[in-house]
Design a protein around this ligand. Structure first.
Ligand code: G3P
Ligand code: CA
Length: 385
C-alpha cells in the first residue's frame, strides 16, 4: 500500500514532515531504503528545506528521452521527481539555455546545419541559430530501443522554457541548476539571479495540491551547483539565501589525486576503469574541500560515483562511508551523481547519502517506495510523444 503513496503528500508543513518521518520510519523498515530517523543528512535536509531523500532528474528523464528537452523534463515532472536538473550556458545574444556539452556535436545536427561551425562553442551561437537545430534525433540513433519518431526535431530549451515545464503540471518540482563551464560566461551567475527573480523563484511560491510534488514551495526550491570554486563564490554573492552544492571530482582544479598518472599512461582501457581507480590524496585533502565548500556558502556536496556496471557516467568513488560521514559531521548534505541502477542505489544509500542525481527518476522513485502512478509509455503518449 505504501509503495503507491507519494511522500510529497507530507511535505507541506514541518509538523506534517515530522509525522511523515515517523510514519515512514515505522512502516518502511523492510523497504529497500532504510529511512532512519537518525540519518544525519535527513535532519540537515529538513533544516535547509530540501526534500529527503532527493530524486534529482539529471538532464530530465534522460534515459528515456533526449536530455534537457521538453519530453525529458515533462516526463521527470510527471513521474514525480523532486528536481529538474539542468546545465546552464549562455547564447551569443545573452539568453540562458539548458545544455550539457560546451559544443553542439554530440546532441544536435549542427554538422549539417552549420558545417563550418560544428565544433565551435555554444557561446558563439545566437538563440535563433540554436533553435534551428534538431536536439532529438541523435538520441534515436544512439538508443534505438528507446527511440520515438516524435523525438526528431526537438529543440534546445531556454531556462525560461524549462521553468515553464516545472510550473506547468500538478507536480511542482524544484530546479537544480548547474553553471556549466562558467569561466566561458562571465557574469552568468548574475544573469541567473535576474532570470530566477523575474520568474518568482527566489521568493515563496504557491503550494501544490495535496498528493503532488511540492518542492517548488519549499525553501530549497532552487539548488545551485557547480564544479568551479569561483562560480560558487559568485553564486553565493548573488544569491546568498539559495542553497548551493559544490560538485566534487578528482583532478586538475579539483581534489588532488593520490597518484598523478594520466589516462593515456595508466594502462586502463576505458575511462570508467581509470576513474574508478582514482583516490583522493588524503583525508586531509578531502576535508579541506569540505571546509572550503562550507565556508563559501555550500549546504552540500555533489560527489561522483563509481558505478557497478561502469559506463560513461561511472567516475571516481567519492561516496565512501568515511567521506559521507565527514560531510555530514561538517553539516553538509550529500547528493551523488549520476546513479541509475538499483544495485548502486542500494550500495550507495547504505553508505549514507541524501538522494541521487539520476537519469532514471522512474527507477529511483521505485527504490524509494514512491513509484510513479503512470508508466513511462503512458506519460510519453499522454504528452504527445
Ligand atoms: O550536476 C551533477 C552532474 O550533472 C555533474 O555531471 O557532467 O552530468 O553535469 P554532469
Ligand atoms: Ca549537471
Amino acid at each position: 500500500m505504501l509503495k503507491g503513496m507519494s511522500n510529497n503528500l507530507f511535505r507541506k508543513t514541518p509538523i506534517a514532515q515530522l509525522l511523515a518521518a515517523s510514519v515512514f520510519t515505522g512502516l518502511m523498515l523492510s523497504s529497500a531504503v532504510a529511512v532512519s530517523a537518525e540519518a544525519p543528512g535527513k535532519t540537515l535536509s529538513e533544516k535547509i528545506g530540501l526534500p529527503w531523500p532527493a530524486v534529482i532528474a539529471h538532464r530530465g528523464a534522460s534515459f528515456d528521452a533526449p536530455e534537457e528537452t521538453i519530453p525529458a523534463y515533462t516526463v521527470a515532472r510527471e513521474l514525480g521527481a523532486d528536481y529538474l536538473e539542468m546545465d546552464i550556458q549562455r547564447t551569443k545574444d545573452g539568453v540562458l539555455i539548458a545544455l550539457h556539452d560546451d559544443t553542439l556535436v554530440r546532441t544536435t545536427n549542427v554538422a549539417e546545419v552549420f558545417p563550418a561551425r560544428a565544433k565551435d562553442p555554444v557561446s558563439t551561437f545566437t538563440l535563433a541559430e540554436l533553435k534551428q537545430l534538431d536536439a532529438g534525433s541523435w538520441f534515436n540513433k544512439a538508443y534505438p530501443d528507446r527511440a520515438r519518431a516524435s523525438y526528431a526535431g526537438l529543440q534546445i530549451l531556454t531556462l525560461d522554457e524549462v521553468i515553464d515545464i516545472a510550473e506547468g503540471g500538478s507536480n511542482k518540482p524544484g530546479l537544480y541548476i548547474e553553471t556549466k563551464v562558467p569561466a566561458q560566461f562571465p557574469g552568468i551567475e548574475a544573469d541567473l539571479k535576474k532570470n530566477l527573480e523575474k520568474r518568482g523563484w527566489l521568493t515563496s511560491r504557491p503550494a501544490a495540491d495535496a498528493g503532488h510534488v511540492n518542492v517548488a514551495h519549499m525553501p530549497g526550491r532552487v539548488v545551485l551547483q557547480t564544479f568551479e570554486k569561483p562560480s560558487l563564490e559568485l553564486l553565493q554573492q548573488e544569491m546568498p539565501q539559495v542553497p548551493k552544492v559544490l560538485l566534487l571530482w578528482i583532478g586538475e582544479g579539483s581534489i588532488e589525486p593520490k597518484s598523478n598518472v594520466a589516462f593515456k599512461d595508466s594502462g586502463f582501457k576505458d575511462k570508467a576503469s581509470y576513474y574508478g581507480a582514482q583516490e583522493v590524496k588524503s583525508e586531509a585533502e578531502f576535508a579541506a574541500w569540505m571546509d572550503w565548500a562550507k565556508a563559501h556558502g555550500a549546504i552540500g556536496t555533489g560527489p561522483s560515483t563509481k558505478l557497478t556496471h561502469g559506463g560513461d557516467q561511472s567516475y571516481m568513488d567519492l561516496v565512501k562511508p568515511w567521506m559521507n560521514k565527514m560531510a555530514h559531521d561538517k553539516g553538509l548534505v550529500v547528493h551523488p551523481y549520476t546513479v541509475d541502477d538499483e544495485v548502486d542505489f542500494k550500495k550507495v544509500s547504505d553508505d549514507g547519502v541524501d538522494g541521487f542525481f539520476t537519469n532514471r527518476a522512474s527507477e529511483l522513485l521505485k527504490f524509494y517506495g514512491r513509484p510513479a502512478k503512470e508508466s513511462m509509455d503512458a506519460i510519453l503518449k499522454r504528452n504527445g510523444y
